[in-house]
Design a protein around this ligand. Structure first.
Ligand code: TRP
Length: 328
């Protein structure tokens, strides 16, 4: 079976666009691939985090992955820092990747340009840790968005370099395959993708946002001139986005959904309701898990044990290939 790895930032990720574009498909795919889902707390601290918040968000991220329908018995859902092999392999990779290669990473350039104060060394070596995440599990495929493509290319380069220097050690993961499914646009700026980095949160629906607030965001969604409900991304990006969302959550297609509505207002209300019908049970399930810390801990530990069983072997392979003496 193909092995797939996804790293999820515990401090972001869970918004409607990400759910419809990625998470929802992973739920289906978990039965076709060996899948690993990792809440990347070690990556989160490359930017300064409030400790209490990081703690809570990490628990919430694991609970969210389970709540959307990923089954901890079927796939592996775990917290990155629970498997110390990630930090260890990252160091071996840092000594394999070149300073120049890391300097060319556009995400580092963007992030470091945006923050005026303290830029951690970890922000610079972030891609080495990401490569370690992937290489530790003999991963074939990594579903990532465009923003992570360069990091994935680097992972491939580093794996190939390591293999040619020290002998076949790592599986070289396939290049990113574009995500299938709905491309959800910002409700206020339907020309750009709905994302956590949107200019205003009014256009971005969070998966675990208060239900009333979700309804408000849909009611205030930007529509287009004219009044006819039709699917026309070019000329009616706002209306088309609502149609795409409604179609995605009702497993229909935007053209046929368009035929059912005459007025923008009705479309907005219907979309909000349909979204809540899908999101509501997910919110309830996450709340249940967070209210049962013993069960959540059990599931977190289950993931850590399964992940570590795989990671331990690969780290040992890498250590021995590099010439480290095994502990007697
Ligand atoms: N860097 C990724 C992001 O910001 C998260 C991530 C960390 C990741 N490790 C990974 C993604 C490994 C895919 C594979 O979204």
């Amino acid at each position: 079976m193909t092995r797939v790895f996804s790293g999820i930032q515990p401090t972001g990720e869970f918004q409607l666009g990400n759910y419809l574009g990625a998470l929802r498909h992973w739920v289906v795919d978990q039965h076709e691939h060996d899948s690993l889902f990792c809440a990347v707390d070690l990556h989160a601290i490359t930017l300064r985090q409030d400790p209490a918040e990081l703690h809570q968000k990490t628990l919430e991220a694991i609970a969210a992955l389970i709540a959307v329908g990923l089954d901890p018995e079927t796939c592996i859902i775990f917290v990155q820092s629970h498997v110390h092999e990630h930090a260890e392999l990252a160091w071996l990779i840092e000594c394999t990747v070149a300073f120049g290669e890391l300097s060319r990473m556009t995400q580092f350039k963007d992030k470091s340009a945006r923050s005026d104060a303290h830029i951690s060394a970890g922000l610079f070596t972030y891609p080495a840790l990401m490569a370690a995440d992937i290489l530790l599990y003999d991963i074939d495929r990594v579903p990532v968005g465009d923003d992570q493509r360069q990091h994935l290319e680097l992972t491939r380069d580093v794996a190939e370099r390591f293999n040619s220097r020290y002998g076949e050690t790592f599986v070289v993961p396939a290049a990113a395959i574009a995500k299938v499914g709905a491309r959800v646009m910002d409700l206020q700026e339907p020309q750009s993708k709905m994302s956590k980095s949107s200019a205003s949160m009014a256009g971005c629906v969070q998966l675990f946002e208060d239900r009333d607030s979700i309804v408000k965001k849909f009611k205030r969604a930007v529509t287009d001139s004219g009044s006819e409900v039709s699917f026309d991304v070019e000329n009616k990006p706002g209306v088309s986005n609502l149609l795409s969302i409604l179609a995605a959550v009702t497993n229909s297609d935007p053209e046929s959904v368009a035929n059912e509505y005459d007025r923008y207002g009705d479309l907005k209300v219907a979309t909000a309701e349909a979204v809540l019908e899908v999101i509501g049970p997910i919110q309830d399930r996450r709340a249940e898990l967070l209210a049962d810390p013993a069960e959540l801990s059990r599931l977190i530990e289950l993931g850590a044990v399964k992940a570590q069983a795989l990671a331990g072997n690969v780290l040992e392979r890498a250590r021995s290939a590099m010439g480290f003496v095994a502990r007697p």
